[in-house]
Ligand binder design. Structure first.
Ligand SMILES: *Cc1c(COP(=O)(O)O)cnc(C)c1O
Length: 484
């Protein structure tokens, strides 16, 4: 029974004891014109009914704490609970951003050290923790690139080269800094078409945005040549670090030739995500770009930690100091994992992805048949012959209690199914996923209608996804009759 049906006039979760102090009149507390004239029309229920209401709502959600969540490009790995405990420490979560530096030395030390760890992982000189997400890191990075070129008197550069496999935020960020996007095609092995890149690069090139491994999950082994092409024409290389879970402790973007890197702390460094935030997208930059970083940065002096303003800063990109709680989780994660553990994360993530890819290849078409990194992209083309689309496969997976993979991305793969298992799952869970996918492939042949109506076991079946995104109903409102 819903909480709205179990409402009864006068039912309460708790009652206060009788007043033993003089009563203050309502008019003394709230001016009469601000007082409401009728009750708010909320359900009147007991405490246990409220608890059940919210617990039941939470069970209608899928999360990584519920079951497997192989959503490609999003790194939906398990986030160790100790990191939540650290972020909840009152010394962190009760800080006020207007406190003076000498009262927040611990927080500054954490920011200073985390920036240092991220610089080390990136293989670059310095890091700002301000951007609130990967996309925001991209925007910040591109603003720095433009400012750097302006200082060099190279203002004509307004083209950003981006592969056709890129995440949509890359071209969107380039447009936001007023640049033109040049799309470079993917070659037959899934990497950047180097000869096409060579033709595109020139005096108008601000830079190249690339993720490596890319969204096909393949590592571009031409990266050093690619970096040379861009640097030779005076451009810069931006690394979209959303796929960093594949390379931690193995290779540093700085060594591949990148000048700027963003990290999605909420993907790679243990902050729960998927519900819309808060996130964090720090960027690390090379020595020559360091003077342009947003302020404030944190520096360590003889007398303690201080904020400072880089000489040619592009200014602030976020209120205060970034999403601090996410920084605490990332710091706790890095410190508990350690340098050796970092490498193990990526080795295991890559092993899991290759295991799944090779076994699923038996039932699903694999367009780029080569060793993958932390994720891989299948195509639902085999199933299309039976009138089944990738969307049907994804929806049917929900009946197995498993979240759908990313679908129809990257755009260059027909009926794309992008799977990222992450390092935090057991072999038993991976095998259960394989069994579910085999079962769905068999159903596609034998009983396609079953897939077309899926899911059959979730609170809501197929919904109008455009309406759900554009006109979400996230708030209950008392009806006019209830008000009366
Ligand atoms: C998630 C993602 C982004 C954007 O990151 P947000 O933190 O969601 O803004 C950019 N590129 C790739 C490849 C991604 O997977």
């Amino acid at each position: 029974m819903s909480i709205f049906d179990s409402s009864a006039v006068g039912r309460r979760a708790y009652r206060f004891p009788d007043l033993d102090v003089p009563e203050v009149g309502l008019d003394e507390l709230i001016p009469r014109e601000h007082q409401r004239q009728s009750p708010p029309g909320l359900p009147e229920v007991s405490e246990v009914e409220v608890v059940r209401h919210f617990t039941q709502l939470s069970r209608k959600n899928h999360g990584v704490d519920v079951d497997f969540y192989p959503l490609g490009s999003c790194t939906m790995k398990y986030n160790p609970k100790i990191n939540e405990d650290m972020a909840a420490l009152s010394g962190f979560n009760r800080l006020h951003p207007y406190q003076t530096e000498n009262t927040v030395q611990g927080a500054l030390a954490l920011m200073h050290d985390l920036a240092g760890y991220l610089s080390a992982i990136a293989g670059l000189a310095s890091t700002t923790l301000q951007p609130a997400a990967g996309a925001h890191g991209e925007l910040t990075g591109l603003m720095i690139m433009r400012e750097f070129q302006r200082h060099r008197g190279d203002e004509q550069r307004d083209e950003v080269i981006i592969p056709d496999s890129a995440h949509g935020t890359n071209p969107a960020s380039a447009m936001m800094v007023g640049c033109r996007v040049r799309e470079v095609p993917t070659d037959s092995r899934g990497g950047v078409d180097v000869s096409a890149l060579r033709e595109m690069a020139g005096p108008k090139t601000l830079g190249l945005m690339l993720t490596n491994p890319n969204t096909l999950g393949v590592f571009d082994e031409n990266i050093l040549e690619i970096a040379e092409i861009i640097h030779q024409v005076g451009g810069l290389l931006y690394y979209d670090g959303a796929n960093a879970n594949a390379i931690l402790g193995m290779v540093r973007p700085g060594d591949m030739g990148f000048d700027i890197v963003h990290f999605n702390l909420h993907k790679t460094f243990s902050t729960p995500h998927g519900g819309g935030g808060p996130g964090s997208g720090p960027i690390s930059v090379s020595e020559e770009l360091t003077p342009f970083l947003p302020y404030p940065l944190v520096t360590k002096t003889a007398s303690g930690y201080e904020f400072f303003r880089p000489a040619q800063t592009i200014g602030r990109v976020k209120a205060f100091y970034g999403n601090f709680g996410v920084l605490v989780r990332a710091y706790a994660y890095v410190r508990t994992i350690g340098a050796d553990g970092m490498r193990q994360i990526s080795e295991t993530a890559v092993l899991h992805a290759n295991y799944l890819m090779r076994r699923l290849q038996k039932s699903f078409y694999l367009p780029y048949d080569r060793h993958c990194m932390h994720e891989f992209v299948l195509s639902g083309m085999n199933q299309k012959a039976f009138g089944i689309r990738t969307l049907d496969i994804a929806k049917r997976l929900l009946d197995h209690g498993i979240h759908a993979p990313t679908v129809y991305f990257p755009l260059i793969v027909d009926e794309a199914i992008m799977v990222e298992p992450t390092e935090t799952e057991t072999k038993e869970t991976l095998d259960r996923f394989i069994d579910a996918m085999y079962a769905i492939a068999a159903e596609a042949e034998a009983n396609p209608d079953l897939l077309k109506d899926a899911p059959h076991s979730t609170p809501i079946g197929r919904l109008d996804e455009a309406a759900a995104a554009r006109r979400p109903v996230v708030r209950w409102e008392a009806s006019v009759e209830d008000e009366a």
